[in-house]
Design a protein around this ligand. Structure first.
Ligand code: GTP
Ligand code: SPV
Ligand code: MN
Length: 595
C-alpha cells in the first residue's frame, strides 16, 4: 500500500521487532476513523459522549500514573553528551536503541500496528515536514488525526523522498519504571515506550515539532519555537501578527484565542488565532520573519476554560473533540472540569473513573480530590475555532511584527517591557523563569529558569540555541520583530492576581503593536522599556486603578538586583564559557544600570 521504499523498509524492520498481529495504514478516510472509534468504544478505551450536545466527542482516561509529560525520562540521544547540552538528559544512541528495542520487542503481540503518515504544516507547503508514527493505540491515531494532517495525500506529497521523521510508539504495559521518550536528532528518529499521555505519545507535537525540529532549524537556518501565533486586526482592517512563548500551562491557548474587551470590539478590533502552541519561523523573500503553525488542532488545558475566560476554546470543543482525564457526568453523558462553571455534576466519575463527590474538593489537593486532573486536556480541531485565522492553512505563513516572552512570576517581572534591541531581546528570553505547572510531572509552583519556554523542548545544546537566535537577528537586521516580555501573573500581598488577564491582555498587545509602529514613547529602565503611565488603557477595569497599574509596571531595584545575581548563577552553572558573549554583555549592562 505504501510505495515509498524507505518507509516500507523501516516498517518491515519495526514489524520484525514488535510483532504486531496485523498492520493498518491510516489513509485519512472517515470510514476508517469511524471503525476505529467504534472499536475503541467497544473495548472501553474511549467513551462516546452525548451525541446531541457534544456530537462526535469522546472521553478517554489515561493510566493514573501517566497524566503529564515526563521530563526526567525524556532524552536527547545525540552522539555526544555535549551536543545534547546541560539542559537535556542524554543517553548514548547505541545504548538507547538497545535498551528501547529490548523494551519494545514483541510488545505489539495481540495488537495492531497503526501506521500514521502525517504532515506538520499544510500538506505540500515548503515549510512543512512529514513524519510516520507507528503506534499500538487507537487513542493516539484519533488524536494525531485531529492534531496533524494525516492520510494518503501526505504519502503522495512524500513521494520517494527519504526526508521524513521516524516515530515508534509502544504502549507496552504503561510501566512507569520503563517509560522513556527518546530523540535521535542525528537519525531523525523518536521512540516512546510505556506511556499513553499526550505530549509523550503524540509524536508530531513536542517530540518532532520542537525537539527534532529545533535541531533541524539550527542546521537549516530557521526556528522551531514553543509559541502561539495570533493576528490582531485594528478598526482599519489591518492585521499584525504576534508570536508569544510562554511555558506549558502559562496562557498560550488563552492569549491565542483572546476576545477583546467590549469597548475594543465596538471599535472593530479582532483577534485571529493562527496557532496556540508551536511556531515554525523562516525568513521570507522580503527579509521579514514568517511563521506557520505546524499543527492542525489544539491539545489544550481543560481546567479553567469557560465561556468567560476563553469562549473560543470552549466553542472549539463542542464537536469532534477528544477529552482526556476530565470528569464524566453520568446523568447527562457530558464532561466537566474545575472552572467550567459553578455546577459540578452530582452523579459523576472523576478523572480516575471513580465515583466522585464534588463537596470533598480541596484546592490544596487537586490531583487527589478534583473531578478533572489539573492537566486534563481537550483535543479539538482547529477548524472548530470561531476565531481561526484565514491564514491558518496558508503554506506561506504570516509575517511576525512582535515576539513576546512571558511566564508565571509572582513578583519580579512587570506587566510588560520591551527589549532595547534584538540581542537584548535574546537575553530577555534567555533569562525567563516561571513557576512549574501540572503539564509536566514533578513539583508544581517552583520557579525555574525556562529560556524561551524551550527548556524541556530544545533538542540540542541550549547555548548553541541562544547563538542561533543571535544569528537569526543578524540575518533579519532592521526587519527583525521587536521583542517584549509580559507577566499576567503578578500577585499582590494577599496572593491575588493584580492584572485581570484573559481578554484584557488585549490592552497590553495594543501597547506592544504601538511600540512596533513607533506610535508611543516609553520609559527606559534597567531592564528595558516600560510603558509610561497612561499608555496602558485601563478604562473600564474595575480592579485596576492608576496606583495598581504603577505597581504592575514597577521595576523594583532590590528585586532585580537579586534577580541579576540569580541569572548570573544560572548562566555560570549551566552554560559556563559556552554562553554567547552578547548575553554576558547584556547581563553586565543590567548590573551596571541597576547600580
Ligand atoms: P500548554 O498547552 O501546556 O502549552 O499551555 P498554555 O500555555 O496554552 O496555557 P493555557 O492557555 O491553557 O492556560 C493555562 C492556565 O493558565 C489556565 O488555567 C488558564 O486559566 C490560566 N491563564 C491563562 N491566561 C491567563 C491570564 O491572562 N491570567 C491568569 N490569571 N490566568 C491565565
Ligand atoms: C505542554 O505541556 O506544553 C503541552 C501539552 O502543550 S503536551 O502536548 O503534553 O506537551
Ligand atoms: Mn505547550
Amino acid at each position: 500500500m505504501i510505495k515509498n521504499k524507505s518507509v516500507n523498509a523501516w516498517i518491515e524492520e519495526m514489524k520484525a521487532l514488535v510483532k504486531p498481529d496485523n498492520v493498518v495504514v491510516i489513509d485519512g478516510s472517515e470510514e476508517l476513523y469511524e471503525k476505529l472509534r467504534a472499536e475503541a468504544c467497544s473495548t472501553g478505551e474511549m467513551i462516546k459522549l452525548n451525541e446531541e450536545t457534544l456530537p462526535g466527542c469522546y472521553l478517554h482516561r489515561t493510566a493514573v500514573n501517566d497524566v503529564a509529560r515526563v521530563e526526567d525520562r525524556t532524552f536527547i540521544c545525540a552522539k555526544t553528551k555535549e551536543a545534547a547540552g546541560p539542559t537535556n538528559n542524554w543517553m548514548d544512541p547505541q545504548e538507547a536503541y538497545k535498551m528501547l528495542y529490548d523494551i519494545a520487542k514483541d510488545s505489539y503481540k495481540g495488537r495492531t500496528m497503526y501506521v500514521i503518515p502525517y504532515s506538520m504544516g499544510p500538506v505540500g507547503s515548503e515549510f512543512s515536514k512529514i513524519g510516520i508514527e507507528l503506534t499500538d493505540s487507537i487513542y493516539v491515531v484519533l488524536n494525531m488525526a485531529i492534531m496533524t494532517r494525516v492520510g494518503n495525500d501526505v504519502l503522495d506529497a512524500l513521494g520517494d523522498s527519504e526526508d521524513w521523521i521516524k516515530g515508534l510508539h509502544c504502549r507496552c504495559e504503561i510501566d512507569e519504571s520503563k517509560r522513556y521518550i527518546c530523540h535521535f536528532p542525528e537519525d531523525n528518529t523518536i521512540i516512546s515506550v510505556n506511556s499513553g499521555y499526550g505530549g509523550n505519545v503524540l509524536l508530531g507535537k513536542k517530540c518532532f515539532a520542537l525537539r527534532i525540529a529545533s535541531f533541524l532549524g539550527k542546521n537549516e537556518g530557521w526556528m522551531a519555537e514553543h509559541m502561539l501565533i495570533l493576528g490582531l486586526e485594528n478598526p482599519k482592517g489591518e492585521v499584525k501578527y504576534i508570536a508569544a512563548a510562554f511555558p506549558s500551562a502559562c496562557g498560550k491557548t488563552n492569549l491565542a484565542m483572546l476576545i477583546p474587551p467590549e469597548k475594543y470590539r465596538k471599535q472593530g478590533y479582532k483577534v485571529w488565532c493562527v496557532g496556540d502552541d508551536i511556531a515554525w519561523m523562516r525568513i521570507g523573500e522580503d527579509g521579514r520573519l514568517w511563521a506557520i503553525n505546524p499543527e492542525n488542532g489544539f491539545f489544550g488545558v481543560a481546567p479553567g476554560t469557560n465561556d468567560k475566560s476563553n469562549p473560543n476554546a470552549l466553542a472549539s470543543t463542542r464537536k469532534n473533540t477528544i477529552f482526556t482525564n476530565v470528569a464524566h457526568d453520568l446523568d447527562t453523558n457530558e464532561v466537566w472540569w474545575e472552572g467550567l462553571n459553578d455546577n459540578p455534576p452530582t452523579n459523576a466519575l472523576n478523572w480516575r473513573g471513580e465515583e466522585w463527590d464534588y463537596k470533598k474538593y480541596d484546592k490544596a489537593d487537586k490531583v487527589g480530590t478534583s473531578g478533572a486532573h489539573p492537566n486534563s486536556r481537550f483535543t479539538a480541531p482547529a477548524e472548530n475555532c470561531p476565531c481561526i485565522s484565514s491564514e491558518f492553512n496558508s503554506g506561506k505563513g504570516v509575517p511576525i511584527s512582535a515576539i513576546v516572552f512571558g511566564g508565571r512570576r509572582a513578583k519580579a517581572a512587570p506587566l510588560v517591557y520591551q527589549s532595547r534591541d534584538w540581542d537584548h531581546g535574546v537575553f530577555v528570553g534567555a533569562v525567563m523563569a516561571s513557576e512549574t505547572t501540572a503539564a509536566a510531572t514533578g513539583k508544581v509552583g517552583v520557579v525555574r529558569h525556562d529560556p524561551m519556554a524551550m527548556r524541556p523542548f530544545c533538542g540540542y545544546h541550549m547555548a548553541e540555541y541562544f547563538q542561533h537566535w543571535l544569528d537569526m537577528g543578524d540575518k533579519l537586521g532592521d526587519k527583525a520583530p521587536k521583542i517584549f516580555n509580559v507577566n499576567w501573573f503578578r500577585l499582590d500581598d494577599e496572593g491575588n492576581f493584580m492584572w485581570p488577564g484573559f481578554g484584557d491582555n488585549m490592552r497590553v498587545l495594543n501597547w506592544i503593536l504601538d511600540r512596533c509602529e513607533g506610535k508611543v514613547d516609553a520609559k527606559e529602565t534597567a531592564i528595558g522599556y516600560v510603558p509610561n503611565a497612561g499608555d496602558i488603557d485601563i478604562e473600564g477595569l474595575d480592579d485596576v486603578n492608576a496606583d495598581i497599574l504603577a505597581e504592575l509596571l514597577n521595576v523594583d531595584k532590590d528585586v532585580w538586583t537579586a534577580e541579576a545575581k540569580d541569572i548570573e548563577e544560572f548562566f555560570a552553572s549551566t552554560f559556563g564559557d559556552k554562553l554567547p558573549a552578547e548575553l554576558a554583555e547584556s547581563l553586565n549592562t543590567l548590573k551596571a544600570k541597576l547600580n
